[in-house]
Ligand binder design. Sequence first.
Ligand SMILES: *Cc1c(COP(=O)(O)O)cnc(C)c1O
Length: 372
Amino acid sequence: MIPFNKPYLTGKEMHYMYQAVYSGKISGNGIYTKKCQSFFEERYNFKKALLTTSCTDALEMAAILANISQGDEVIMPSYTFVSTALAFVRQGAKIIFVDSRDDHPGINEDIIENYITEKTKAIVPVHYAGVACDMDKIMAIALKHNLLVIEDAAQAIESFYKGRALGSIGHMATFSFHETKNINCGEGGLLAINDENFIKRSELIWEKGTNRAEFFRGDVDKYGWVDIGSSFLPSEINAAYLWAQLENIKKIQKRRNHIWERYCAGLKEWANKKGVRLPVLPYYASQNGHMFYMVCESLSQREVLIKKLRSNGILAVFHYLSLHKSPYYKDIHGDRELPNSDFYSDVLVRLPLFYELADQEVDEIVNIIKSI
Ligand SMILES: *Cc1c(COP(=O)(O)O)cnc(C)c1O
């Protein structure tokens, strides 16, 4: 049996968690939290990085910081995970879903402007499969209409746009360390802030609306309740686990990228013959070995593929039912069609991709697919 995903253990996780536990400081914002945050700020050029308990939480923080409130509109793709929308809906926003590109499941940058109104406050591009949206285009639209850009970079660690790290371009960005992501700590996330105006308030919201972080730095002489917020910071035990992963980021990325390339090389000819599309990388984008997906010609073709793999003990999966058609949002969205989003819902399939997947197993999967 080859699973779809298997979280990778570098071997140091338990050691650092043990150290955190016996240091006597296991609540948040301790040594390991700071080590992780500095790592992100230095490696990716974020002005400020704050660990959170999930990417969902980081998105909620971003929505609060962006001052999203009742009646505001937020633009994002429909082909994404629920959390991208949920965080803004909780603040009272109406989500304006924009269709995906023809060549890629990411948001179609060229039609975003059609959906901007006086109520629009933010654009939330999702870097699907760690492949960058065209950020120059999106930032130019945002500048022209005075909007905020919050990158959902949940899948995009170690991915770049014209050489700039994803998550370092928008006003804010969010990452996930859920066990299905390249770097994980079970459940975890990160809020990256690039617009300095949000830094001070981000710490208040992070620490339950208190100015505790400032107090511990010695910037103020007492701390109290100064804003809204929640308990967004993870414990040191999670951060210690995450640190072990970050120390090995190069090794993890090398292996995942290798697997991605091997799938690509192995499937190219077959895919061409069968009308199946392999991932497309625009000239400005890199990929990060997060996900290997294929775009089938039809729903029935995908069903055959998944069934064939499953009968050979291999778990391939599909995902994202368009959010604009979800039971929760379809009435609010109305009947404006998003054909590409629905298309990817029907025909996209993801193959197993995890650190410990052996070359031999990749070849086995490729051969089974080629036999169809
Ligand atoms: C995984 C993911 C999330 C949610 O991340 P959590 O850490 O589980 O909250 C949000 N958006 C996208 C695009 C994701 O892939």
